[in-house]
Ligand binder design. Structure first.
Ligand SMILES: *Cc1c(COP(=O)(O)O)cnc(C)c1O
Length: 401
């Protein structure tokens, strides 16, 4: 079959809830992917940071294969020999005390919301049903009906109401707005340490520290969504480490599954997590032995290959090269580690999609985030030579703008 035929099949039988670039991938290894005709591309999206360890990392693939010879699914009706050791590793790595295993990122956020709400009612005696969680404008936390209820993106919400109440929207990176929004029914704030989907928005230095201080003073929860920023993407194992703070609740996903499998979790302290009791929350596939074996190996790779350090070094190198480009249309480069956004000066109706299309033709797979920004977020295993390979092509495309 030709690429056109595969695309047509997808469009005929698959709902049109995405607008992919017209490349049909059939193979991958490390930072590279190949289309059905054997053309090679460098993956600069990493499935929105779900492939921090690189495509098909041999150690993670081996862990999956080995586990597939033993047991894949037990349900939480029984214990398995994979979940305990893996959760211990995840807790120690993140500095949290307990974890609740789920599958997708949105489920981790839903878990955090339920956890925070119950904590608010049971531990803070907020009147039942009155609890408020503060969120930020331009947030992205997933696609469930409750999560889109507090999205400020009309495209994510239109036609999906009625919406879940109990959320208060404030501007991002605005400490005074946060202080003003707090009242006696406030449970906490749910926030991304860097807004990824909004266009790689890095908040001012001290923002997370400020949130932490206020949350502690007011006895409310700091709930960080590190589904995209976590696991070494920004040059530290978690983005909160840049400001030397710790959240009360942490949502992780994406790279936790090493690019092989959906694995997510909500983490917290023993005290907060104690509000969950048997029957109050769950997931058939959450914590299954295959997921745990894969995530366990995915964490080992991040630590053993020191991917946080590599992300920092390669990120700095990449950004320095981007900033040196001669391209009048380039407006700003925003980055932390290997989470990089390049914003363009464009007309009100224009997007960077044509630029992404040209990058694709040149062998670089990148996608727009928020219309005017191209995101570069390659696997963290990327080498200097591979950055150079990509930059050569990016330079040609950008400098022709
Ligand atoms: C991707 C993402 C999610 C949702 O994860 P899914 O696995 O797609 O449900 C939530 N929050 C952030 C910050 C994300 O980047």
């Amino acid at each position: 079959m030709s690429a056109e035929e595969y695309v047509k099949l997808e469009q005929t039988y698959g709902a049109h809830n995405y607008h992919p670039l017209p490349v049909v991938i059939s193979k991958a290894k490390g930072v590279w992917v190949w289309d059905i005709e054997g053309k090679k591309y460098i993956d600069m999206l990493s499935s929105y940071s779900a492939i921090n360890q690189g495509h098909l990392h041999p150690r993670i693939v081996k862990a999956a294969r080995d586990q597939l010879e033993r047991v894949s699914l037990t349900s939480r009706a029984f214990s398995n020999d994979r979940m305990g050791p893996y959760l211990k590793k995840l807790c120690e790595l993140s500095g949290m005390e307990m974890a609740l295993p789920m599958n997708t990122g949105a489920e981790a956020v839903e878990t955090a919301i339920k956890l925070a709400r119950r904590w608010g009612y049971e531990k803070k005696a907020i009147p039942d049903g009155k609890g408020e969680i503060i969120v930020c404008e331009n947030n992205f936390h997933g696609r469930t009906t409750t999560i889109i209820s507090f999205s400020s993106d009309p495209g994510s919400k239109k036609g999906f109401g009625p919406f879940t109440p109990g959320f208060v929207n404030i501007p991002y990176d605005d400490i005074p707005a946060f202080e003003k929004a707090i009242n006696e029914n406030t449970i906490g704030i749910l926030v991304e340490p860097i807004q990824g989907e909004a266009g790689i928005h890095v908040p001012s230095p001290g923002y997370l520290k400020g949130l932490r201080r206020i949350c502690s003073e007011k006895n409310i929860l700091l709930i960080l969504d590190e589904i995209q920023t976590g696991f070494a993407r920004t040059g530290k194992m978690f983005a909160f480490e840049h400001e030397g703070i710790k959240p009360d609740v942490l949502c992780v996903g994406k790279a936790l599954g090493g690019g092989l499998y959906p694995v997510s979790a909500a983490l917290s302290s023993r005290d907060v997590m104690s509000v969950f009791s048997p029957g109050s929350h769950g997931s058939t596939f959450g914590g299954n032995p295959l997921a745990c074996a894969i995530a366990d190996a995915a964490l080992d790779v991040l630590v053993d290959e020191d991917l946080a350090k590599r992300s920092m070094e390669m990120g700095d190198y990449f950004v320095q090269k981007l900033k040196a480009l001669k391209c009048a249309k380039m407006k700003e480069v925003r980055a932390r580690g290997l989470l990089i956004g390049v914003e363009f000066h464009l007309g009100p109706e224009e997007t960077v999609r044509p630029i992404c299309q040209r990058l694709m033709e040149a062998g670089v797979l990148a996608k727009d985030t928020h219309e005017k920004t191209v995101r570069f977020a390659p696997p963290l295993t990327i080498t200097k030579a591979e950055v150079d390979w990509a930059m050569e092509r990016i330079a040609k495309v950008f400098e022709a703008q």
